[in-house]
Design a protein around this ligand. Structure first.
Ligand code: ZN
Length: 685
């Protein structure tokens, strides 16, 4: 492993973070080398690992106090800032070591009570371990390479041989007071070591300076890497797989539908996951292996993964091309087995310590799909990505472990203790979800005024957004703004539409809501206008709505959990304006199309609704057109735009709110919602 320390870079951190309130050079260097460690996924991932520095900071009276600045919860090492290293008074922490026992709650309380800043985040659950060791700088990682050595039946033996007298071994104990005491004892027995190997957990390194501690981490991890490179054997002989596999886009919605928990069957309310797919040589070798049920379900590579990805993944049959029905049945059986196993695991361990726990949801967070790859599942795209990242780390670590021996995790009861540990559950975050959390939304014409406003409005309510637009760059720019994905798509090209919806399903696992918004206004006096103009308008303003709705419907049906189709109609669809026939005619047909979807697919829980907007400044109603029309009516532009019952201009954001209202109106289908500030002459009868 490359040592990436740079004196010049370290100096830049000192210049930037070395002074100011509750800062000093130690903290600046602590931030620098924490980030070096955090930047390498082979060392730490997503909140895993922690670092600390013992230094002195002034209290309110200006007196220097010995403090431990240790990673706070909610911070990742790769982006840590000084506030992510809350300062805790060191002496009171050290005194705790004299106690016989200390509950987790007492430990957290003691840590919080000794913060210099009462509003600081909770110090890491491994704070006491940092406090009880004497070194100024301490680094803790869950290095893949170290885990591959220690996650073995004879891991202690292998580690003793590899690290010699450079690192001492600490037996597996759940993080907390007992582990902190044990680690301190081990160090006292081996005062000259550069680090500690926490069996089946990770590695600590320490030193007098930030550089010392970092150098030792890299050097010890490199020893592990060297050992892993020696005497490897080929692993994971492949199982027999179908000649041709189904696509990720076909498989993902099936899995998403199956794993969507039904919250209220009578009301049709469910709770789906967002999916994140991973593949590649290492993943494929792992999931395609004939023995995947053995090593794939053998437990997590380091304890804190259990809270995010459960003790083991779900493994489904290989999905053959053209065999989706059989795949669905096989996956349903795999899920039933996963849930039965999870219930039995819960029953075996619940109440062992005299405390009755509430069972967590019995849904997998990782799904292994032989012949394809793996999926991470989460309540948001971000959580799904974290689950997939942890799964990829598991693949790497278990592969290495099996190449030199046999992968072995902590015991099942220890997995349970971690998964149901209140301090770890806190990492997952609580609180009510936003109304559209877990929902995947595709918006066509997503880079236009109404499309972009709609993407923003849905994202603000928690949805994951796919922005489809003919202009791929513009789509990407709106997508970046809302944290979604941008896809170039000409909705009048059926092949492009299919490819775009495949991309949405492959990216997020499926779809819940379509906003079919793309459109353009053609004009001409009916009876005079060229048929070619009419046909061009029908292609975009009618057939494209049908093409995207059909592609969306296929995904919704594969999930089997209902869904929502929303169409951008227009005032022209019900109230023709002079010379706007080429625009209004296909829009009228699109309105009817919406109702036909409502009629034909209501039984599947699929709703279809439309928004009927008027006089919105956008790509269809350009500034130039506003000026022309205002002139023709002899009024100002403002008067033209606010020429409605409310006397207020209606904006793209208002249209977006109407789409949102229809998406949330769970028992509304076949409806048209008018957004025009009030125009009784154009009101549908
Ligand atoms: Zn740890």
């Amino acid at each position: 492993m490359e040592n990436r320390w740079s004196d010049a870079e370290a100096e830049r951190f000192v210049a930037r973070y070395g002074s100011g309130a509750n800062r000093n050079e130690d903290i600046a260097l602590r931030v620098y080398s924490s980030r070096l460690i955090g930047a390498d996924p082979r060392l730490v991932l997503h909140g895993g690992g922690n670092t600390s520095v013992k230094t002195r900071l002034p209290d309110l009276f200006g007196e220097a106090v010995d403090v431990l600045c240790v990673k706070g919860s909610g911070w990742d090492l790769d982006s840590i800032e000084p506030p992510g290293l809350p300062a805790v008074r060191l002496e009171p922490l050290r005194r705790l070591r004299g106690l016989e026992a200390l509950s987790d709650e007492e430990m957290v309380n003691a840590q919080r009570c000794n913060l210099l800043d009462s509003s600081a985040p909770n110090p890491s659950v491994e704070t006491l371990l940092h406090a009880f060791l004497p070194h100024a700088f301490i680094d803790h990682t869950h290095s893949d390479a170290v885990l591959a050595l220690t996650d073995q039946p004879n891991g202690a033996e292998i580690c003793a041989e590899v690290f010699g007298d450079r690192a001492a071994l600490v037996p597996y104990i759940m993080p907390g007071f007992a582990l902190a005491k044990k680690a301190a004892e081990v160090l006292e027995d081996n005062p000259d070591v550069e680090g500690l190997i926490l069996l089946k957990h990770g590695i600590f390194s320490f030193g007098a300076t930030a550089r010392d501690s970092y150098d030792r981490m890299i050097s010890l991890v490199s020893l592990a890497e060297t050992r892993l490179a020696e005497g490897r054997r080929a692993v994971f002989a492949p199982a027999a797989l179908p000649d041709r596999m189904a696509s990720v886009a076909d498989v993902a919605p099936v899995l998403r539908g199956l794993t969507s928990a039904v919250v209220d069957p009578a009301e049709g309310i469910d709770r789906p996951f967002v999916l994140d797919f991973r593949s590649g040589d290492a993943v494929r070798t792992y999931v395609d292996g004939a023995e995947v049920a053995r090593y794939g379900r053998a437990g997590v590579v380091t304890p804190d993964h259990a809270i995010r990805i459960k003790p083991w993944p779900m493994i489904v049959p290989a999905p053959a091309a053209g065999g989706l029905a059989a795949f669905r049945d096989g996956a349903a059986a795999a899920l039933a087995e996963f849930q039965a196993d999870y219930a039995a695991y819960f029953a075996r361990h619940n109440g062992r310590d005299g405390v009755e726990k509430t069972a967590l949801d019995p849904m997998p967070r990782v799904i292994l799909v032989p012949g394809l790859g793996l999926f991470g599942l989460g309540k948001s795209a971000k959580d799904a990505r974290i689950a997939a990242d942890l799964a990829e780390t598991t693949v790497r670590t278990v592969t290495d472990a099996e190449a030199i021996g046999r992968f072995e995790s902590i015991a099942e009861g220890e997995l349970f203790d971690i998964e149901y540990w209140s301090l770890e559950q806190a990492k997952l975050g609580k609180g009510a979800e936003k109304p559209l959390a877990r929902r995947i939304v595709a918006v066509t014409g997503g880079a236009g005024a109404i499309g972009a406003a709609t993407a923003r409005a849905f994202a603000a309510e928690g949805a994951e957004i796919a922005v489809l637009d003919r202009d791929g760059e513009a789509a990407a720019s709106v997508a970046a703004e809302v944290g979604g994905v941008g896809i170039a798509c000409d909705v009048t090209d059926p092949a492009a539409v299919q490819a775009a919806f495949d991309a949405v399903a492959a990216r997020f696992g499926g779809l819940d809501i379509l906003v079919s918004n793309a459109g353009a206004a053609w004009q001409g006096t009916i009876g005079e206008v060229d048929d070619a103009v009419l046909r061009a308008s029908f292609e975009l303003n009618f057939f494209a709505h049908q093409t995207v709705a059909k592609a969306a419907l296929a995904i919704l049906r594969a999930q089997g959990k209902g869904g929502c189709l929303l169409f951008n109609a227009s005032k022209q669809a019900v109230n023709p304006g002079p010379d706007f026939g080429p625009y209004g005619l296909p829009k009228a047909a699109a309105l009817f199309l919406m109702r036909q979807y409502a009629v034909d697919h209501g039984g599947e829980g699929i709703r279809a609704n439309a928004v009927n907007a008027d006089r919105i400044r956008s790509g269809l109603l350009t500034d130039e057109m506003v000026a022309d029309r205002a002139r023709a009516r002899g009024v100002s532009e403002d008067a033209y735009l606010s020429g409605n019952l409310l006397g207020r201009e209606v904006t793209a954001a208002d249209v977006a709110q109407a789409f949102l209202a229809l998406a949330l109106a769970r028992k509304t289908t076949g409806a048209v919602l008018t957004v025009d500030g009030g125009n009784i002459a154009a009101a549908p009868r």
